[in-house]
Design a protein around this ligand. Sequence first.
Ligand code: TRP
Ligand code: ZN
Length: 854
Amino acid sequence: MKDAAPATPPETFYLKDYTPFGFEVDAVELVFRLAPEATRVLSKIRFTPKPDAADKRFFLHGEKLTLIRAAIDGVAVSPEVTEIGLTCTVPDAPFTFEAEVEINPKANTALEGLYMSNGMYCTQCEAEGFRKITYYPDRPDVMSTFKVRIEGSEPILLSNGNPTAQGEGFAEWHDPWPKPAYLFALVAGDLVNHPDRFTTRSGRDVELNIWVRPGDEGKCAFGMEALKKSMTWDEEVYGREYDLDIFNIVAVDDFNMGAMENKGLNIFNSSCVLASPETSTDANFERIEAIIAHEYFHNWTGNRITCRDWFQLCLKEGLTVYRDAQFTADMRSAPVKRIEDAIELRARQFPEDNGPLAHPVRPEEFQEINNFYTATVYEKGAEVIGMLKRLVGNEAYYKALDLYFDRHDGQACTIEDWITVFQDSTGRDLGQFKNWYSQAGTPRLSVEEAYENGSYTLTFRQKTPPTPGQAQKDPKVIPIAVGLLNPNGDEVVPTTVLEMTEAEQSFTFEGLSAKPIPSILRDFSAPVILTRDSSAAERAFLLAHDTDPFNRWEAGRELAKDARIAMVTTGASPDAAYLDALQSLVRDDSLDPAFRALCLAPPSESEIAQALADRGLTPDPEAIYDAAESFAQILAQSLSDSLPRLFAATLVDGPYQPDATGAGLRALNGRILGLLTRLDGGAAAAKQYASADNMTVQNAALACLLKAEKGEAQSEAFFQQWQSDRLVMDKWFALQVTCARPDCAAAVAEALTRHPLFTIKNPNRFRAVMGALSMNHAGFHHASGAGYRLLADQLIALDPLNPQTTARMCTAFQTWKRYDAARQDLILAELRRIKAVEGLSRDTNEMVSRILDA
Ligand code: TRP
Ligand code: ZN
């Protein structure tokens, strides 16, 4: 069968084609006359031609706009208008371009540009949404100051910068910091605020607000504390202060991603800012704190210094993710955060880097930039910064960052600028390090050891498998943090960073009295896959003795993975030594409960599938599921004597606090409840559900009951209690699918799409059902193909409404090559069915084509 081609082949954009815009934009003035179906946008833009411009064409982006009139220096003109923008003849001297356009926010279901959410106007302009608001050079290297006047009957009218005037039916704003159009924002609605103040260390008094719909004002306090902590932290750690008189955050229910760093007016998916003990879990609280920090930190890494073009996206995202991870590590537990990040990276970035969607941290081509807001750009991009810091050292890192802010403040920069700052500041040649930005794929690192006469040698080999469009890979600079333990468990060589630059390289340690036990890649010092043939005994030894918490956890994880793989491939029962090690760990009260909870968390079924595929085997999702179930059953039985005591010991008393200590205890408690439920038929979970006074505990109890197929009454009660709270209902929708048995997951999800509270137009609700289905590994990959079919049906229905969210969800199919021929055929048929849809969006077409080209 031939794949149907779209009517006009989509255009591909290349990094190598970069050319600067031929004009400076000196100032922008905008007037918005708000009306749900016919908003008028009046623009006045001052341009100055660049005398030495290579490209002198005057082209302004513009999509889905109705041009009412245009003028240059006050004289009406008739530009040539196409689907993507306008051109016209302009003077060879500074001039003012004026336009009036009409747009329809109410009809905008793509949630990009100006749209409406629950009667409130809001915008989303990154990456290329401003062109749906008015005609403009919509590219990040065009920066200007903005004056905005909003005319509308809504009580609250917000834009970027500082407020300059307001009265009956209007408000005016001025943003003095030159910015690209993607950072523009406007909000208008009937909103209430949670106000506060912050004084920066140089004495600037800043007004802070979190704006929400009436009724949500009680869910803002935690976010506000997180914001103030972030502001203090950036001053203390990076020396960066806030630079306006006001900082506004707005919560919006309909939003494609997590949040957006618009200058002075951050807009958040309400799920990423609203929090209360009754409605939010510990995981929600931690995520909200991190996202508030992330968007705030963008004020310097993203806004004051922005990207020259969208290929440089990791310049702001990798660095800002790295900064928010540092913040979370400081606010909570550094080892726990590191372990959580490694789990995330392996679950989301490794499959991307090892499949058809693999791309470099800095991509060199794209059709639709929205498809490149990926785990590779964000999370691997952050890992690259972490490696750089490990290589140059702490002090040199912060010195280089000072130079970066000094040298590039107010500019639109590239990865080359970033690397040059580090080279100039440290005197190091980072030519080879740049491979991390240009070459996709996860390096495989293998290691062999030799010991003779007190000298111990580790020999490493690195190899990165080919990725689409990149057959050949060069060796990367890999910082390998290593420590050595002697056989009685004492550390004889503390953590040392080995700097690997060759394809094969040896490092020798002298003066050891016995053959040591190595702890390699401590703190997950590089985003690589480490393969090492070591015995279960040695892993158990590290699980008991390693001083590095990450590797201690990793040793347990490797044991768990090996046990599962053995169960799947040979039917072997789990190693007794491993069960013993796990038992003593769980009972060890000297260990952080959060750490113990992580050690008890099993590797995901998808991770086992990937591990099998890496060994050249074809994963069978049902067998993997069965192994997971029986492993949990065996673990529960082996711990049965201590479970009731452990459960009681991890109950947190006193009022709920969302801090790391309480969260750690509750995480461990939840794990133990899961095991207990396998033995007591749900009695403890039902009791906990009945007495729960916070969502973490309520949610955990309901999940245990649903998994045990004993939760019908509680599920109904949960629904009755929370049906008017959207964010809690998202949890309810997701839980049904997450906890469903593999053979009915698709049917459960399908029924939920017909539930009166399901709406395809709200991305949170759509993800609650379809995202949960795609993450129920055995359910999604059920041999019937029902999971694949349902997801394809839903994606086809969503694409005309919201291409961005549709395209993102296509990643559920990216691992199709792992599975057997029958499943491959089923997936291929669905991908081809999507691709054949007439008028398929550019976003979805690009994703499906890349996945099909595997
Ligand atoms: N820049 C945002 C961030 O990382 C994310 C973002 C990009 C986004 N495009 C978006 C958010 C579209 C919402 C919608 O913080
Ligand atoms: Zn970001």
